[in-house]
Design a protein around this ligand. Structure first.
Ligand code: NAD
Length: 312
């Protein structure tokens, strides 16, 4: 298989390429990434000389650049996105441009080159928050901020291309990922970096907001399954049902690194802050046989220590 991975210099994309090159030694992967502030070619250093891997710097909203790469592959897996909620609350234009227009540009190229699949990597954040119970793939999308709204818009556009133009679309909605190579603006690497710089960690509100955590390698395994066995036109939730409050995550980081709780500083809450994310992943478990394989306690500790050793 020849795959165009977009956003492969970011957190999940770079881990996914590493996983795929290891698992499928005969697959060809082109990584198309604009290298925004969140993209970093160091994330790809260990496989940059792999003969099955090519890097192209470019914007997924640039038709010419996209066409040049799209004509060489069978499928596109779109990770490229603006991803930080706080940034989207301050200025949403880049989110609409990349997360919607970029997806449209990729889908036009996928149609033109008769691709076997267009895989849109989406997020559990498109559902908005839920106080009790879990969202299924059939639940109504009710995003709360410009980031998640742009991701929901992209999904709807993708499903419209599927129905109207017969584009072979699959979509996944994964919960929060933890793992190595994440840009230090998201809670895990951000807090570790602060602590190691001798600073306090800013916890929004009372820290009670709940997120559902999955190791990035379990996300990669789920994407691999959906890529090969997922049904065209379907959406798959991906979750290990590992719910933790932001305060719990913060205390775990402090504990693993040997800091006291006086390093916590409660700060003014994020506007519109989603209270709890929770999704039901029984579809991918029952239909495709996916199961998370990394145990949270161990996986999380390993990742925190990875950052400790890699920020120096
Ligand atoms: P990230 O911010 O770490 O990386 C995004 C990458 O996309 C960067 O390398 C950046 O340079 C690139 N990029 C941005 N705009 C681009 C453009 N216009 N053209 C080409 N490349 C561009 O993001 P991430 O956390 O790795 O997330 C990847 C995908 O997974 C996103 O679509 C996100 O919505 C989704 N997702 C993330 C999580 C999570 O916990 N991080 C959970 C579920 C879904």
């Amino acid at each position: 298989m020849r795959i165009l991975v977009t956003g492969g210099a970011g957190f999940i994309g770079s881990n996914f390429i590493r996983y795929m090159l290891g698992r499928y030694p005969d697959y060809q992967i082109i990584n198309l990434d604009k290298l925004t502030y969140a993209g970093n070619l160091d994330n790809c250093k260990d496989y940059e000389s792999n003969p099955n891997y090519t890097f192209v710097q470019g914007d997924i909203a640039d038709e010419k650049v996209v066409d040049e790469s799209a004509q060489k592959v069978d499928v596109i897996i779109n990770f490229a996105a603006e991803t930080h909620v706080d940034r989207s609350n301050n200025e949403s234009a880049p989110f609409l441009q990349t997360n919607i227009i970029g997806v449209k540009t990729l889908m036009e190229a996928a149609l033109k080159h008769n691709h076997e699949r267009f895989f849109q990597i989406s997020t559990d954040e498109v559902y908005g928050d839920i106080m009790e119970g879990h969202f299924s793939e059939e639940s109504v999308l009710k995003p709360s901020n410009p980031y998640s709204a742009s991701k929901a818009a992209a999904e709807m556009l993708a499903m419209a291309y599927h129905r109207t133009h017969k584009l072979p679309v699959v979509i996944s909605r994964c919960s929060n990922n933890y793992g190595p190579y994440q840009y230090p603006e998201k809670i895990v690497p951000f807090f570790i970096k602060k602590l190691m710089n001798g600073e306090k960690v800013p916890v929004y509100g009372d820290g009670a907001n709940v997120r559902d955590w999955l190791h990035v390698d379990d996300h990669s395994r789920a994407i691999d399954l959906i890529l090969h066995k997922g049904k065209i036109g379907e959406v798959y939730n991906i979750s290990a049902n590992e719910e933790h409050s932001n305060l719990d995550i913060t205390k775990r980081i402090l504990n693993i690194l040997g800091y006291l709780e006086d390093r916590i500083e409660f700060v003014k809450d994020r506007p519109g802050h989603d209270v709890r994310y929770a999704i039901d992943a029984s579809k991918i478990r029952n239909e495709l046989g996916w199961e998370p394989s990394v145990k949270f306690e161990m996986g999380f500790e390993e990742v925190v220590n990875w950052y400790k050793n890699n920020f120096i």
